[in-house]
Design a protein around this ligand. Structure first.
Ligand code: F6R
Ligand code: MG
Ligand code: MG
Length: 382
């Protein structure tokens, strides 16, 4: 058996065709070429390149462990090349997520989203990677809770002795940059007290309690917090290991059968349903959405990526998609009103403050409004 294998999912929005819709095939081709060369040289074991909405997704396996400068450097090169294509074709928002010109060993903090999971390959290693567009990392909070803590979702929590002790959730506070480890089921209510605020507390990792096996990882990069201004939504990725003492693939997917409301959608400023779709529908159209997620099923075989299985490409998710469409319609009817539009705290990182700034000096104490009114009446002669 080879050394530990790391599955790295690294993504970025580097520009797309006709708005924030989907990348150009030439961008995917150039990223593929760079990863293929790295595979040939033996730097990586295997790779797959795809997209969801306007985000290019690099799925890479290697033996170098998480946060390795060679792997991050490779992803950076692929993203730079895809940006170059975007610039040549004058695609929209070319190079959007590359917030810095200079790479310094790790793509974290520079714009791209990263989820990396190092594993001791089991006899068979089924894994699901999730890739979402037009939403934020906390969008995975609800499904991950369902998968690893809710016996009404995951029968194995009750039935399978290997899972019966439960799981440990690492919850990350994106504002403070700190994490807390909480056990389920014992501390389930504490977990929920935090992760019910998905804009701040993110389920970052999940471990099996009985042996500390790392079962899930989520990208936690919040672009707007890094850049200090609105530069698009974070559009997160997640890796979840499955089966044989972990939730079954069907239990993992079950958590996405409810299209819960997530923050993102148009201008990163609206709540909308997270719609599970097959790869062919991983394009965002209506009101730049609605937010979508694809699920790719893999078996890791001595580091090789066997797959993907396009897991939401199934009629079993048709009703979820239909419900998502109805919710999308219902939410859209609110137009610019909350709770469709996000609350003021979240809007701070959008372009709304620039609009509000203009009105700032026109506010007067309410008694004075009468005076102002009288004055303007006099002027207009009424
Ligand atoms: C959301 C997103 C889009 C854009 C919107 C406006 O993450 O990327 O919804 O925010 O299309 O884009 P600009 O301001 O570039 O015209
Ligand atoms: Mg975008
Ligand atoms: Mg995107």
């Amino acid at each position: 058996m080879c050394a530990k294998v790391t599955l790295s999912v690294i993504k970025a929005d580097l520009g797309s065709i006709a708005g924030h819709h989907m990348p150009h095939p030439d961008q995917l081709a150039v990223a593929t070429k760079i990863l293929a060369e790295a595979k040939q040289k033996g730097l990586i074991i295997d790779f797959y390149v795809t997209h969801v909405g306007d985000d290019i997704q690099l799925i890479i396996t290697h033996n170098k462990g998480p946060d390795h400068p060679d792997i991050h450097g490779l992803a950076w090169d692929a993203f730079k090349a895809a940006t170059k294509v975007a610039r040549e074709l004058k695609l929209y928002a070319a190079g959007q997520d590359l917030l810095s010109e200079a790479f310094s060993g790790n793509v974290k903090g520079l714009g791209p989203g990263v989820a990396e999971l190092e594993m001791e390959e089991r006899e068979a290693e089924p894994v699901v990677t999730f890739h979402a567009d037009k939403t934020e990392p906390g969008a995975f909070n609800l499904p991950l809770f369902r998968i690893f803590a809710d016996p009404f979702n995951t029968a194995g929590l009750v039935i399978d002795p290997k899972m019966h002790d439960g799981f440990v959730f690492e919850v990350y506070d994106v504002f403070e940059g700190r994490s807390v480890l909480l056990k389920s089921p014992e501390e389930m209510y504490d977990i929920l007290a935090l992760i019910g605020t998905p804009g701040r507390y993110i389920v970052r990792r999940v471990y099996r309690k009985s042996d500390n096996l790392l079962a899930a990882v989520v990208s936690v990069e919040r672009l707007n917090l890094i850049a200090g201004k609105y530069v698009g939504k974070d559009d997160p990725v997640a890796i979840v290991r499955a089966q044989h003492g972990l939730p079954a693939v069907g239990e993992i997917l079950e958590a996405f059968s409810f299209p819960h409301l997530v923050a993102g959608w148009m201008r990163g400023s609206h709540n909308g349903p997270l719609m599970p779709v097959p790869m062919r529908y991983a394009r965002v159209t209506r009101f730049d959405g609605p937010p979508r997620v694809i699920a790719l099923g893999w078996n890791i075989s001595n580091g090789r990526l066997i797959g993907p299985a396009d897991l939401f490409d199934d009629v079993a998710f048709d009703e979820t998609r239909r419900l998502a469409q109805n919710i999308a319609e219902y939410m859209r009817r609110h137009g610019p009103f909350m709770p469709h539009r996000l609350g003021p705290e979240e809007m701070e990182y959008t372009t709304l403050p620039a609009v509000l700034e203009k009105l700032k000096d026109r506010f007067v104490k309410s008694e004075e409004v009468k005076v102002v009114k009288k004055h303007s009446d006099m002027l207009s002669g009424s």
